[in-house]
Design a protein around this ligand. Structure first.
Ligand code: ADP
Length: 502
């Protein structure tokens, strides 16, 4: 039986293809960047055709590296940047416009208008798990209907197809104009603000309120299911799993049980906690989302909290303060001092997100004395990521009603051992880094392997996930409390900086 699995990881800046064997070893990797199109401030677009082409190229390149019979590949899993919105013509197969990327803020006004109605920013939260925000794809679609002539009518006629990047890829790979499947998966659909979290289907009331013709929407599939046969220029492989990127990382970290969590430390941080078959309504302004669903089984849900500035604070120290010339230098600089010397940095560059939600906050460096030096600043920069994670974990624990017992980590910042140790210290739980840090691609491959029968069950996947290193908490509780208090004092001082009424 063929036993290789391909994972397509279609990210915000690049597209990758990784080929795994059944022991979850990486056998080939190929990557291509794509253009970031920035037509005006706040707008971010991608060319959907360029993305599709890059998927074909990375797949062909990975296959070439492997030098194996294509028939060895038994399944493909797709994971993608979430919320990025594409609309295309079902007859020509051509996109009507560039894709509107998740980071794009053009729907700000629309969000404001809709939030003025009864129920405010949380008017769809009970059904969708999401606050009204520029991130989510349903309002990007509404914006397209409002702003681009003829699109609404095309949708009403059934000519216009909407999808996030997963749908665009699935439709094209399974035949395009010749009968491509217009599908999405539950994890991607749960980020549209149009899906009912309990019914796992489009919510008729929300569609009617936003005036979105349902014929434009893809069919919602479980994340682990047969999405159809993909044709990579003649190489045919069934698509057996589709996940949004953060959900794929949760799956790739083997967080299959309620209470298990992962944090991805990149430019920002994304923390997801598996809450089992219960969609917990957050009282602390976290997002409720679908973690995954296997065909014929109930959906598994997650709470999600994101942190805007994590690795980007390290980049700020490099590019704006010029205290280091590469991100990797921050660790040795931080190690020139014993501790933070009472210096705290709150990176509220654009206000504070979860769990504070203060748009009037701005960044600060607190506790400076004549004694403070660049080593203390470096420590404070790294510690800011650990403290922000601690605050999101506390909000999750309050929502979930159970304490976290360990945290699995991935992403570019996890090479920083000082940060990892400090994270364990302030959280008071072990931090675990896996052998395969490509957890997003691994999650897609795990899902596809499960769907194709390479792995019989989740337990078999657990056996393929391996810890590489862990950090145990090693800080006296008294000192930990003192640090936490100081951090929270600094956070409070960042409030009320911008007068939003002016
Ligand atoms: P993304 O996927 O969001 O682009 P990555 O997971 O590739 O991000 O991580 C890149 C981020 O990690 C950058 O913001 C960079 O500054 C930070 N980073 C890289 N190496 C280190 C390091 N040794 N210590 C701290 N931060 C680092």
């Amino acid at each position: 039986m063929p036993s290789l699995i391909a994972a397509i990881d279609q990210g915000t800046t690049s597209t990758r293809c990784l080929i795994f064997d059944r022991d979850a070893h990486i056998r080939a990797v190929s990557q291509r960047e794509h253009k970031q199109i920035l037509p005006q401030p706040g707008w971010v677009e991608h060319d959907p055709k360029e993305i599709l082409e890059s998927v074909h190229k990375v797949f062909a390149d990975a296959l070439h590296q492997l030098n194996a019979d294509p028939a060895e590949i038994c399944a493909v899993g797709i994971t993608n940047q979430r919320e990025t919105t594409v609309v295309w013509d079902s007859h020509s197969g051509l996109p009507y416009t560039n894709a509107i990327v998740w980071q794009d803020t053009r729907t700000e006004k629309l969000c404001e208008v809709i939030s003025r109605r009864v129920g405010g920013q949380d008017r769809f939260r009970a059904k969708t798990g999401l606050p009204i925000s520029v991130y989510f794809s349903g309002l990007k679609l509404r914006w397209l209907f409002d702003e681009v002539d003829g699109l609404y009518q095309a949708a009403e006629r059934g000519d216009l197809l909407f999808g996030t990047i997963d749908s665009w890829l699935i439709w094209n790979l399974t035949g395009g104009v010749n009968g491509g499947h217009h599908y999405t998966d539950v994890t991607n659909a749960s980020r549209t603000m149009l899906m009912n979290l309990k019914k796992l289907d489009w919510d008729a009331e929300i569609l009617s309120e936003l005036d979105i013709p349902s014929q434009a929407l893809p069919k919602i599939m479980p994340s682990i299911a047969n999405f159809g046969e993909a044709d990579f220029n003649g190489v045919k492989v069934p698509i057996q799993a589709v996940f949004g990127d953060q959900q794929a990382a949760l799956f790739g970290q083997g967080c299959f049980s309620a209470g298990e969590a992962k944090n991805t430390y990149g430019t920002g941080c994304f923390l997801l906690l598996n809450t089992g078959e219960t969609a917990i309504q957050s009282q602390n302004r976290l997002i409720t989302t679908v973690a995954y669903q296997a065909e014929g089984q109930p959906a598994v849900y997650a709470l999600e909290g994101s942190i805007a500035f994590a690795g980007s604070l390290v980049q700020w120290m490099r590019d704006n303060l010029k205290m280091i010339s590469a991100s990797s230098e921050i660790e040795s600089l931080a190690r020139t001092v014993q501790d933070n010397g009472d210096v705290y940095i709150v990176p509220a560059f654009a206000g504070l997100f979860a769990p504070y939600w203060r748009s009037d906050a701005r960044g600060l460096i607190a506790g400076l004395t004549r004694f403070s030096n660049s080593g203390h600043i470096a420590r404070a920069v790294l510690e800011a990521t650990a403290y922000q994670t601690m605050d999101v974990v506390a909000a999750m624990e309050r929502d979930a009603g159970v304490p976290l017992t360990s945290l699995k980590v991935d992403g570019g910042m996890t090479v920083n051992e000082l940060l990892m140790q400090f994270q364990a210290d302030v959280l008071g739980v072990p931090i675990i880094r896996p052998v395969i840090r490509e957890t997003t691609a691994l999650g897609a491959a795990f899902g596809a392997g499960l769907g194709s029968g390479i792995y019989p069950n989740l337990d078999a996947l657990k056996g393929s996930w391996q810890a590489e290193k862990s950090w145990q908490p090693n800080l006296e509780p008294e000192l930990r409390r003192k640090y936490q208090e100081k951090w929270h004092k600094a956070v409070k001082k960042s409030f009320d900086w911008v007068d939003l009424n002016v």
